[in-house]
Each structure stands twice: as structure tokens, then as C-alpha cells.
Ligand binder design. Structure first.
Ligand code: ZN
Length: 82
């Protein structure tokens, strides 16, 4: 999963996600240097892992949801047929 840097104080976030944690931490250092004079922001900041939307992980829950919906519809229509 990719990494993302987020600064709570500036409400700022990485423009793009990083494959390696060290890249995101580098961005953290650069942001602190340019926006906070090299200090850590009082409101907090940090690197976190984010879901890779492009990989299609988000499709799995909706796919199984549709399957359950199909089973319910099949069951109900079977009951009505009798
Ligand atoms: Zn900041």
C-alpha cells in the first residue's frame, strides 16, 4: 500500500502517493523546512498508509454485496413462484 504525508496544521496532504515510506518521510522533512522553519507543526503531522484505489480493492465489498443481493432476489422469486 502507498504512503501519504499529511500536515494537520496546514490541512495539507501529499499531492501524490509514495510507494516507499522513506519518500513520504522526505516530503515531511521538506514540508517542515519550508512551512514550519524545520519544526514539527503544533497540530501534528505524519506519514500514513493509504489504500491504493487504482488497484481495485474497493470493488470487492460491492461485488460480494451484489452477489448477496442476487441470492436474496433468487430466493424471493423462488418463493413467489410456488
Ligand atoms: Zn504544515
Amino acid at each position: 500500500m502507498p504512503y501519504e504525508y499529511q500536515c494537520q496544521q496546514c490541512k495539507a496532504r501529499s499531492p501524490e502517493r509514495h510507494d516507499r515510506r522513506t519518500d513520504a518521510e522526505l516530503e515531511q522533512e521538506e514540508h517542515r523546512a519550508s512551512e514550519h522553519g524545520g519544526l514539527a507543526p503544533a497540530a501534528g503531522d505524519g506519514v500514513r498508509q493509504v489504500h491504493d484505489a487504482a488497484r481495485g480493492d474497493g470493488c470487492l465489498p460491492s461485488g460480494s454485496f451484489l452477489f448477496v443481493l442476487f441470492l436474496i432476489v433468487a430466493l424471493v422469486s423462488n418463493c413467489w413462484g410456488r
